[in-house]
Design a protein around this ligand. Structure first.
Ligand code: PLP
Length: 384
C-alpha cells in the first residue's frame, strides 16, 4: 500500500509523544497539553444538551449556522472596532486548527513560502508542509523577551513569500507582540501584498495590566488578514472542537469550499453551545483570574529551583523554562523527569530546533497539583 510522500514529511509531535507516555504511568502530573481543566458554565452545557435533545444534530451550512456567524461578527466588531459581514466574512470550523488548515490550503500553492516565528506552535509548520508550502522560520530569543525583529522578517522575504503567520499571545512563550512590531509586520504585509494569518486564540488570557494588540488595528490590514479564534482556550472548551475565522470574503469563500470537502461543518451541538458562550454565558474574568494565580505560583516556584529559570509569561497558560544549566537537552530532560518524578512536560525542541534548552509547561491544573509538580521538578534538578 502506498503512503503519500506528504504524510511522510509530517512528524508526530513530541507534545503528543510525551502525553501518551504519561498516560501509561500512574500518578503522573501531566503538564503537556494546552487543555484547560475548567468546565464550561451550566448554561453553555445546557445549550449543547438542548440541541441534542431537540434533534439539532444534523449538518449545518458549510460555514456554520448563520445565527452563530452573526454572534461571531458582533463580537468581532465589538473587539476590533471593524465591520464584519456574517454571511460572507465568517466561517466556523472544527477548532481553530481547522481554521488554520483551511486558511493555508486556500491561500498557498506548492512551493510558496510562509513566514513563521519561532518558537512556534508546531502545527503551523506541519500544516504548511501538508499543503505543499515551505515554512520559513525566523527565530526569536529569550534575551529579547522572544520579541520579533522586523528587520529579520524583511531579510527572509522572497518572491515566493505569500503569507506570515503571527501568534499573539504566543504558545509556547506566553509573550505578546508589542504594537510597534505589529505595525512593522503590517507595513511589510501591505508593501509585499502578503496575507497575514493572525492566530489570537489566547487573546483573552492576558495578565496584570497587559493589553492585547492585533495586527488588524492597522490601516489596510482588515482586507489582508484572516483572524483565527476558537472556544478552546478562551472558554476552556477544547473538546467541543469549535473555532472560526474572520477575513476577506474571497478567502472565506475559498475556505468554505474546502470545508465542504474536509469536515462539512463544525459539530452542530457545539455551534449552539458557542452561541451561548459568545453571548456572555461564560465568565472570562474568572478563567483569567484562575490562570493568573497559577501563573504567579509557577513563575515563582520555577525560578526558585536551582539551574532552571523562566521569563514571566504575560499571557496564555504556558511557561517556557530555560534548562541550559542542567546540561541536558530538552528531550532527555523531559524523559528523565517523567521517568524519575512522574511529571510530563514538552521538550522545547518541539517548538523549533533552536529551543533544545527549554521545556514547556502548561499550567492547566489547580494550584495544589502545580505546587506538587514544582516540588517534583525541584527534586529532579537537585538530584542531577
Ligand atoms: N493556535 C494555537 C497557538 C494553539 O496553541 C492551539 C491549540 O493548542 C490552536 C491554535 C488550536 O486550538 P483549537 O483547535 O483547539 O481551537
Amino acid at each position: 500500500m502506498k503512503i503519500s510522500r506528504k504524510s511522510n514529511v509530517i512528524e508526530p509531535s513530541l507534545t503528543r509523544d510525551l502525553f501518551n507516555r504519561a498516560l501509561k504511568l500512574g500518578d503522573v502530573i501531566n503538564l503537556t497539553l494546552g487543555d484547560p481543566d475548567l468546565p464550561p458554565p451550566q448554561s453553555v452545557r445546557n445549550a449543547a444538551c438542548d440541541a441534542v435533545q431537540k434533534g439539532k444534530t444534523r449538518y449545518s451550512a458549510n460555514a456554520g449556522l448563520l445565527e452563530l456567524r452573526q454572534v461571531i461578527a458582533e463580537s468581532f466588531t465589538r473587539e476590533y472596532g471593524l465591520p464584519c459581514n456574517p454571511a460572507e466574512e465568517v466561517i466556523t470550523t472544527v477548532g481553530g486548527m481547522e481554521a488554520l488548515y483551511l486558511a493555508l490550503s486556500s491561500s498557498i500553492d506548492p512551493g510558496d513560502e510562509v513566514i513563521i516565528f519561532a518558537p512556534y506552535y508546531v502545527n503551523y509548520v506541519q500544516m504548511v508542509r501538508m499543503n505543499g508550502g515551505i515554512p520559513v522560520i525566523i527565530e526569536t530569543n529569550e534575551s529579547d523577551g522572544f520579541a520579533v525583529d522586523p528587520r529579520a522578517l524583511e531579510s527572509r522575504l522572497s518572491d515566493k513569500t505569500v503569507a506570515i503567520i503571527i501568534n499573539t499571545p504566543c504558545n509556547p512563550t506566553g509573550a505578546m507582540l508589542p504594537r510597534p512590531v505589529l505595525g512593522e509586520i503590517a507595513r511589510v504585509a501591505r508593501e509585499r501584498d502578503l496575507l497575514v494569518i493572525s492566530d489570537e486564540v489566547y487573546k483573552s488570557l492576558v495578565y496584570d495590566d497587559g493589553e492585547h494588540f492585533s495586527v488588524l488595528s492597522f490601516p489596510g490590514m482588515r482586507e489582508r488578514t484572516i483572524l483565527v479564534d476558537s472556544l478552546s482556550k478562551k472558554f476552556a472548551m477544547t473538546g467541543w472542537r469549535l473555532g472560526w475565522a474572520v477575513g476577506p470574503k474571497e478567502l472565506v469563500a475559498a475556505m468554505t469550499k474546502m470545508q465542504e470537502n474536509v469536515a462539512a461543518c463544525a459539530p452542530l451541538p457545539s455551534q449552539y453551545a458557542a452561541i451561548e458562550a459568545l453571548k456572555g454565558g461564560t465568565n472570562i474574568a474568572y478563567i483569567r483570574e484562575t490562570f493568573a494565580k497559577r501563573r504567579d505560583l509557577i513563575f515563582q516556584k520555577i525560578n526558585e529551583c536551582p539551574r532552571i529559570s523562566a521569563l514571566k509569561p504575560s499571557a496564555t497558560f504556558y511557561i517556557f523554562v530555560n534548562i541550559r544549566e542542567t546540561g541536558l537537552k530538552s528531550l532527555d530532560f523531559a524523559l528523565k523527569l517523567l521517568e524519575s518524578q512522574h511529571v510530563a512536560v514538552v521538550p522545547g525542541v518541539t517548538y523549533g530546533k533552536a529551543y533544545d534548552e527549554y521545556v514547556r509547561i502548561a499550567f492547566t491544573h489547580d494550584i495544589g497539583v502545580l505546587s506538587e509538580a514544582c516540588e517534583r521538578i525541584r527534586r529532579f534538578v537537585e538530584a542531577l
